[in-house]
Design a protein around this ligand. Structure first.
Ligand code: F6P
Length: 305
């Protein structure tokens, strides 16, 4: 998020604009929590996780009256347009301001879940995947030495993008994601077959939207008799210094959003298609489901043999 803020601020200032940040998301706009953002104020933040602007959920903004108040505050501050960095909720709010008040907005996809359409990657995904992968790699040492099955739960809300990536990169024996039905009995059979072939330890990655790691562990232990453990990675996936990939992605998406806004485009979200910068209407982005890559899914199965 910080790298995206830096991208927006420096690109906009480079075009002669003045940039003001609002703290605590839409709630901060309603409460007029402004922060002047100079080129210097965004120096040194690229290495930091989280966001210097903080964030919050706003009940008031969900109501039309709250949004009217937000628009008034934006206008009172002389803001002629706004870049919104965030996931589904933030982008939906941006679309509302665009549709209801014809206010110039540009969205930037920021979510570890990578569930936003219109971009191959959203900011934070790569860092979250690498944080989870580090945990999986560490756990594998115990899994191997103690010959145990480990069930590791990763974030992702209703989607399995983090789980799939972590499973592939971590060499997991199985992955459970909400997008695809799974059979725990089949997984147990697979674990028994592996054990017969001499493979005594396994890692199963489960997306939080698919099941609870604790329940899967219990089932496996009961049905196979193998010693199993579970681990919920939780919010450690959302913090820490961002990866180079995320920093560059955030800078590019942020700067591109600022540039497009200053060039008169509005109601869009920036993204990447391959390595190319793109921008799509927010309406399209929010009404389209991002699908799991079937090739990657198949690969987890082939690799687990
Ligand atoms: O959307 C990002 C995310 O980290 C999800 O993966 C997770 O389900 C959720 O946010 C956690 O939200 P909270 O911090 O409010 O518990």
């Amino acid at each position: 998020m910080n790298a995206a803020i830096r991208g927006v601020v420096r690109a906009a200032i480079g075009r002669g604009a003045t940039v003001v940040g609002f703290q605590h998301g839409y709630e901060g706009i309603i409460q007029n929590e402004t922060l002047m953002l100079s080129s210097k104020s965004v120096g040194g933040i690229i290495t930091d996780g989280g966001t210097i602007l903080r964030t919050a959920r706003s009940r008031e903004f969900m109501e039309r009256q709250g949004r009217e108040r937000a628009i008034q505050v934006l206008r009172d501050n002389g803001c002629q347009g706004m870049v919104v960095i965030g996931g589904d909720g933030s982008l939906t709010g941006a679309l509302k301001l665009h549709e209801e008040f014809d206010y110039p907005v540009m969205g930037v996809p920021g979510s570890i879940d990578n569930d936003i359409s219109g971009t191959d990657y959203s900011i934070g995904f790569d860092t979250a995947v690498n944080a989870a992968l580090d945990a999986v790699d560490r756990v594998r040492d115990t899994a191997y030495s103690h010959e145990r099955v480990f069930v590791i739960e990763v974030m992702g809300r209703r989607n399995g993008f983090i789980a799939l990536e972590v499973a592939l990169a971590g060499g997991a024996e199985a992955v459970l994601i909400p997008e695809v039905p799974y059979s725990l009995l089949e997984i147990c059979d697979q674990l028994r077959e592996s054990a017969d072939k001499g493979k005594k330890s396994s890692i199963i990655v489960v997306a939080e939207g698919a099941a609870k790691a604790g329940d899967i562990k219990e089932f496996i232990q009961k049905n196979t008799g193998f010693e199993a453990r579970n681990l919920v990675l939780g919010h450690m996936q959302r913090g820490g210094s961002p990866t180079a990939f995320d920093r560059v992605l955030a800078l590019r998406l942020g700067a591109f959003a600022a540039n497009r806004l200053l060039s008169g485009y509005r109601g869009e979200m920036t993204g990447v298609d391959g390595n190319k910068l793109v921008s799509h209407p927010l309406g399209y982005v929010l009404s389209t489901e991002r699908a799991i890559d079937p090739e990657k899914l198949l690969l987890t199965e082939v690799m687990a043999q």
